[in-house]
Design a protein around this ligand. Structure first.
Ligand SMILES: Cc1ncc(COP(=O)(O)O)c(C=O)c1O
Length: 388
């Protein structure tokens, strides 16, 4: 039996058949699918095959899922838009900001490229992108020296994919409020494992995909928009983005005001199978509680760090709970040497810039961590590059 102080992890594990077939430590890459997610997609397929709809039922589920996403982020449903993935969310955000040539946006060097490129593309409009250095701790003080009178926004990840930093976005959000800067946050690696409270963060936009902590197949993203920022308008428009959708579906050039809700940023039809999947996965997450998932992953992370210390293998990125993500750990074993060994021994992990990334999900256990350590021991650390 695999104990957790926070919830019945054995019961959770039974919902993820893949994790009994391998040691799955790669949720930061993509989630294995759970049975309730499969059932929700199958329901959609059955309805499509047997009754060709009805679309109104599907759209009703879209709205119920939107409300669940809103609950997860502590906001109202009219502040949530569905997108394709994080990249689309970040591009929508970047292009909605009222930026002019000579303005600048601050980002963190080495942050996820899907966030960086969305903003770097604004260089075409003459917007300057300034990168601050990435250190284990990034907070308001890290950004402050780079702000000048033309700084308009900060965009960054909450949790980094490549070393599991968990940055102090509350302090940065508070500084953005006092300096009147827009604040755009990519929560792709945080959501579903780390509590994300959009209002406490003070974000203007929050973007994410859903194929990691949200347990859904690729192809569905989320965008939170602070609806008090009505000046943030969409760069692209479709009928459903408008405040008034013409009944006869004939476009009216004189009635193009965007919706007062976040659907102003939505384009056309939805990824309905994935939205069904998300409805089911959010029920699972809500039932366990994100705080419990976070605490469980922190406990596993403490165990991993202790076992790595015994072996003399260094952790890349922050060690203490205050600054590290609960579920993403990069260990200083060169990926080119070690990835094949993990694969051969049935352990799924990812290669990263500075080592091997071990990333946890709600279903992982101490036994998974111990199996990883056994696989490291089995090969030994004879190579000088492997140890601290
Ligand atoms: C921080 C972060 N942002 C974004 C992405 C992915 O972007 P997208 O959802 O557009 O594929 C990832 C990983 O896949 C990530 O780690």
């Amino acid at each position: 039996m695999c104990m957790s102080r926070h919830y019945d992890v054995d019961a959770v594990r039974r919902e993820f058949p893949a994790v009994e077939r391998m040691v799955y430590l790669d949720s930061g890459f993509q989630t294995p699918l759970a049975r309730p997610v499969k059932a929700a997609i199958e329901l959609f397929l059955r309805e499509g095959i047997e009754t060709a709809g009805p679309k109104s039922v599907w759209l009703d589920r879209v709205e119920r899922t939107r409300a669940k996403v809103a609950r997860l982020l502590g906001v109202t449903a009219d502040e949530i838009a569905f997108t394709k993935n994080t990249s689309e969310s970040m591009n929508i955000a970047a292009n909605a900001l009222p930026l002019q040539a000579g303005d600048n946006v601050l980002m963190i060097h080495g942050d996820h490229p899907n966030n960086a490129y969305a903003f770097l593309n604004l260089q075409r409009k003459g917007v300057e992108i300034r990168f601050i250095p990435m250190t284990d701790v990034v907070d308001a003080e890290s950004f402050a020296p780079f702000i000048d009178e033309r700084t308009r926004a900060i965009s960054m990840s909450h949790v980094t994919f490549h070393a599991g930093h968990r940055f102090d976005i509350e302090s940065i959000g508070a500084m953005c409020a006092s300096e009147k800067l827009y604040f755009v946050v990519d929560v792709m690696q945080a959501i579903g494992v780390v509590p994300v409270d959009a209002k406490a963060i003070g974000a203007s936009f929050i973007g994410s995909g859903s194929h990691k902590g949200l347990l859904v197949p690729q192809g569905l993203g989320l965008l939170y928009w602070d609806k008090s920022l009505a000046e943030l308008e969409p760069a692209y428009l479709a009928a459903a983005s408008l405040a008034e959708i013409p009944d006869d579906l004939i476009a009216r050039p004189d009635k193009m005001a965007p919706s007062p809700a976040a659907r102003r940023f939505e384009l056309g039809n939805f990824n309905l199978p994935a939205v069904h999947a998300l409805g089911a996965s959010l029920d699972m997450i809500e039932e366990i509680g994100v705080q419990n998932i976070q605490n469980h992953c922190f406990d596993l992370g403490d165990h991993l760090i202790a076992r790595l210390d015994e072996l003399g293998v260094r952790l890349v990125g922050p060690r203490d709970r205050q600054h590290r993500a609960p579920h993403i750990y990069v260990i200083a074993l060169p990926a080119s040497d070690w990835l094949g060994h993990f694969e051969e021994n049935g352990v799924r992990v990812s290669p990263e810039r500075d080592g091997i990334r071990v990333s946890l999900g709600m279903f992982n256990t101490v036994t998974d961590i111990d199996r990883l350590i056994d696989v490291v021991r089995k090969r030994g650390l004879g190579r000088p590059s492997a140890a601290a």
